[in-house]
Design a protein around this ligand. Structure first.
Ligand code: F6P
Length: 345
């Protein structure tokens, strides 16, 4: 078989572990692997390059993706889907492995519905893909968030300040929830549960009154207090999949920090963790998860499967229907948020 592979969307630590695993497992099975550079852009423009063991040796240790990434949406490119189909024929690709989040896998699902042999591997630091327990990249990212909160605590304490920390997550608060719990944030705010700034201020005032004169507020970039929203100014443009670019302009972290200071008189600073959350080497968990998913994807290709995604379910890596996996986002259930609330203040 000739297997194609591409990585699309925002990068996530663990992508290189998947690529390495696909190449090693394919080689063990006597198959060839063709890499397409820059996600769907590479499939449209045909940037094919054969990948050999030597190209991927030891790359599981490295963050990012050796195949590069883009947020190209074939639906927004003239003859985008037809050109991908032409590339697959020109390169004699028997099965294409698309590694990405809901956008990249949504395209993969559409291609498979059009009759192409495509498999998906779920990736995103946001952990918001349904039909898999965890996406790789998430574990590394929440360790980065946790470390940042630990570090910010010492300076917050020394200066008796509130630190508002803005964490990635447009629609899902998994990173803020897990990073916030692990890093001991005193208030956690997520997109799934609209917040009220007066209640946040009340929690902080009480904390001060009880003699603890510092605090960390972990806020997801997509969290909203309707009243503050008019002050939040994101970049005007959206990406090719229609998402507003958060983390630029004046984000919720900055607006919230200003409001907390105005309403409570407590000295407050804000920090946007931004792309630091996606950088650096993957955690051991993400290296191993990426490896298992990559190996399984090749096994599924050997079994002739298509329109499926590799998924982690209760510790096992199993195939699930791709269309179902991209059908809806996995957001934080309110009961999970209630666990975090126990530790507020
Ligand atoms: O989807 C992953 C993610 O890191 C989001 O958490 C974040 O909102 C977005 O990508 C940032 O995208 P970009 O790298 O295009 O600015």
């Amino acid at each position: 078989m000739r297997l194609g592979i591409l990585t699309g969307g925002g990068d996530a630590p663990g992508l290189n572990a998947v690529i390495r695993a696909v190449v090693y497992r394919a080689s063990a099975g006597g198959h060839e692997v063709i890499g397409f550079f820059r996600g769907w852009k590479g499939a449209i423009e045909n940037t094919a390059r054969p990948l050999a063991i030597e190209d991927v040796r030891d790359i599981q240790k490295e963050g990012g993706t050796i195949l590069l990434s883009s947020r190209t949406n074939p639906a927004k490119v003239e003859r985008g889907f037809e050109r991908i189909a032409e590339t697959l024929i020109t390169e004699s690709i028997d099965c294409l492995i698309a590694v990405g989040g809901e956008d990249t896998l949504g395209v993969a699902s559409r291609l498979s519905q059009a009759g192409h042999r495509v498999l998906g591997v779920p990736k995103t630091i946001d952990n918001d893909l349904d039909a898999t327990d965890y996406t790789f990249g998430f574990d590394t990212a929440i360790n980065i968030v946790t470390q940042a909160l630990d570090d910010l605590a010492t300076t917050a304490r020394s200066h008796e300040r509130v630190m508002v920390v803005e964490i990635m997550g447009r629609h899902a608060g998994w990173m803020t929830l897990h990073g916030g719990i692990a890093g001991g944030a005193h208030v956690i705010l997520i997109p799934e549960v609209p917040f009220d700034t007066d209640s946040v201020c009340a929690i902080l005032r009480k904390r001060w009154d009880e003699g603890r004169h510092w605090a960390i507020v972990a806020v997801a970039e997509g969290a909203q207090d309707e009243e503050l929203q008019k002050h939040v100014m994101h970049a005007e443009h959206t990406d090719a999949f229609g998402h507003v670019q958060l983390g630029t302009g004046i984000g919720v972290g900055e607006v919230l920090a200003r409001e907390i200071e105005d309403r409570t008189g407590l000295e407050t600073r804000h920090v946007v963790l931004g792309h630091l959350q996606r950088g650096g080497p993957p955690s051991a968990f993400d290296r191993v998860l990426g490896t298992r998913l990559g190996v399984k994807a090749v096994e599924m290709a050997e079994q002739g499967l298509s329109g499926m995604m590799v998924s982690l379910q209760g510790g096992e890596v199993v195939p699930v229907d791709l269309a179902r996996a991209v059908g809806r986002l996995k957001t934080v259930p309110v009961e999970r948020y209630d666990v975090a609330r126990l530790f507020f203040g």
